[in-house]
Structures are given as C-alpha cells and as structure tokens.
Design a protein around this ligand. Sequence first.
Ligand code: GAL
Length: 388
Amino acid sequence: MPTGSFKMIFVRSELMLSRTPPMGFNTWNTFGENINESVIKETADAMVEKGLLEAGYNYLVIDDCWSERERDPETGKIVPDKIKFPNGMKAVSDYVHSKGLKFGMYSCAGTRTCADYPGSFDHEFLDARTFAEYGADFLKYDFCYKPNVANGPLLYRKMGMALKASGREILFSACNWGNDEVNTWIRSAGAHMYRSTGDINDSFPSMRDISLSQIDNLAYSAPGCFNDIDMLTIGMYGEGNVGSSGCTDIDYKTQFAVWCMFSAPLMLGGDIRNLNDKMLELVKNKDLIRINQDEEGRPAFCTTGSREAKSFVKLLSDNEIAVLLVNFGESDAHVEFYFENIGIPAASGYGLEMRDVFTGKNLGVKKEFMRRKIAAHDCECYICKLAK
Ligand code: GAL
C-alpha cells in the first residue's frame, strides 16, 4: 500500500468521533428547566478553571427545556427560548467554543420532548441543519411522544442520516432508554453513544440498579458507539433536578469507578461551579479515566460474585489489567474472585501485581485468588500487571 494511504487511514481514525467514551457535562441532572445563557457560560468557565477540560471533559451539553414551546410558524424551525437565551444559541455556542469546549444540544425523536417542547419528529433534516447552524458538535436525541405508528429504530436512523447531511460533524447521542433491544441496532444507525437504561436519580439504589442491569450488556460498548448508563450524579448530594435522597462520598466513588470500568460515557451532572475538592479530585482521577478511555476499548467482564458483591476485570492496552471489586450491598461483604476464572491458572506461575488507583499503594504480587472485605457501597480498584 502506498504511504499516502497509510496516512489517510491514520488521519481518519484520529478524527473518528467517539473513539473513546465521550466526556463532558450535561445540564439535566442539576438544572432541569432552569437553564439560561449565564448558567451555560458560568459552567463553561468552571469546566476550564477547575481543570475538567484538561482532564478530558470537553462537551458541554444543553438538555431539554431550551426552546420556545412552539416552532416558528413561518420557518418551521425550533426557536431558542427568548428569555433564557436572549442572544440566541449561536452566541452561546460561540462562547462555549471560545473556551476550547464542544457544544451539545438536545432534541427528541417524538413530536414533543419529554418536558413538552417541540420534538424533531418529521422535522429531522431541518432540525439537524438548525443545530449545525448553531455550531453544535453533539446531539442528545430522546424518545418521548413517539407516535404509536412510528418505528423507533427508524426514527434514530433518520436523525443519523439528517446529521450526516447537516454539513457538520455532530456526535449522535441516542437516548431511547434501552427500548427495542437498542444495543442490537443502534450502532448501525450511526449513533456514537446510546442510553441503555431509564433515568438516574441521585441515590445509591438508582445507580446500583442501573449498574447491575447492564452486566450482560458490557460487550455492547466499543469504540465508535458506547453504552451510556446516564449522566453522573457526583457532587449533587441530593440537590438539583434529579436530586433524590442524595449520595455519600463513598457512593460517588463507587459510581465513578463503575462508570469508568463499564466504558460508559462520563457526562458530569453535578453543578460544576460548586463541585467540592474531593469530588473534583475523584472525577479527575487519572487512573480511572485511563481505564475508561483505554484506546483498545475492550469491555469489562464480571468474574464472580453474589448478587451484590461483584468483581469486574477489564483488559487494557500496554498489557495492563484493571480490576474493580464492588460491594453494592448494605453491609460489609467479602468480594472475591479466583484468578483461574479470569484466565490465570495457578500452574502458569503468574499472578497480578496490583496498584490501588485510589491510594496509589502497590499491593505487591497476588496469586490464585483475591478476597477483600469491603464496606457497604464501597469499592476497590486496581491497575495490574501480570507478574511471577
Ligand atoms: C429523559 C432523559 C433524560 C432527560 C429528560 C429531559 O427522557 O432520559 O436524560 O434528557 O428526558 O426531559
């Protein structure tokens, strides 16, 4: 093959959207309908000042409730809410871009969005062009108010095509909450990530149930299209739009480790302007982000465990191996697994040299099995190398 062709292939793969799980912030969990130009600008500022952009969180996505209640009767276009966004969306997008961030918008495959604003049903190509005019780099596409006669998968295919025709490269984030066996066809519709579950709220049971529900679907998440288990609630402590009972710092630690291990998109949902130092340190943990963003994009697998004491293993590039032990239960538990069951028989003489990603501590080489006592809701996570 001539050198030129090699070059071409390299450039294309560099450009591929969603080569690793998308990272960023979405307004819904904290702000719900209370979004406006200042909130977006302040969030953009905070993402940069707090080092989140540098850590990889580069999309700032405006969720539902950004438009007027009806389309413009003359142009048929969706119109940004004139009070929330008095300077229009292009101005907001320009500001977000000026900070080095990418800009995300939201619409819905049905006739109305979930919060009852105009949806894109039968307006897919016009709306995709409108988002491109705004300078959008990302579109979250929801599933409310779908006419009964409409075919769900086809609606996603349509928007996939409309985005391709829009003249702009726009990451397509499908959100049909796992309907119609979404993992079997969504990649073929051009989506770069897809929601596989119902909505998260800021409580441990919500994040536990979402996590456990996707154990059999971990392999349906790969470079080009990742399984989205919803926006993170880290740092919400029960406040905001999906604030529920709230979570403890331990709960948030486990949430982040699970999302990273599951190769899930990392869309922050807490108020970036007020994230405390501990939560900032958590979501910027380099080892956890490395596990999430590993270039090979191999899925984790669940090795053993009772209903609530689970262990996961994910092969990383550079011959490293990530291990996550989670106690999803309500009291202390032993989380264990046999190395034999992850492909390392005792007879091989090999074990795992383990480094704790939260403390940085090296545990030395463990062999044959791993058994750790872990407190309720807590987890331990290691980056390992095969060693004798
Ligand atoms: C839900 C979706 C949420 C949020 C909300 C907005 O369907 O799952 O993530 O976008 O709609 O109304």
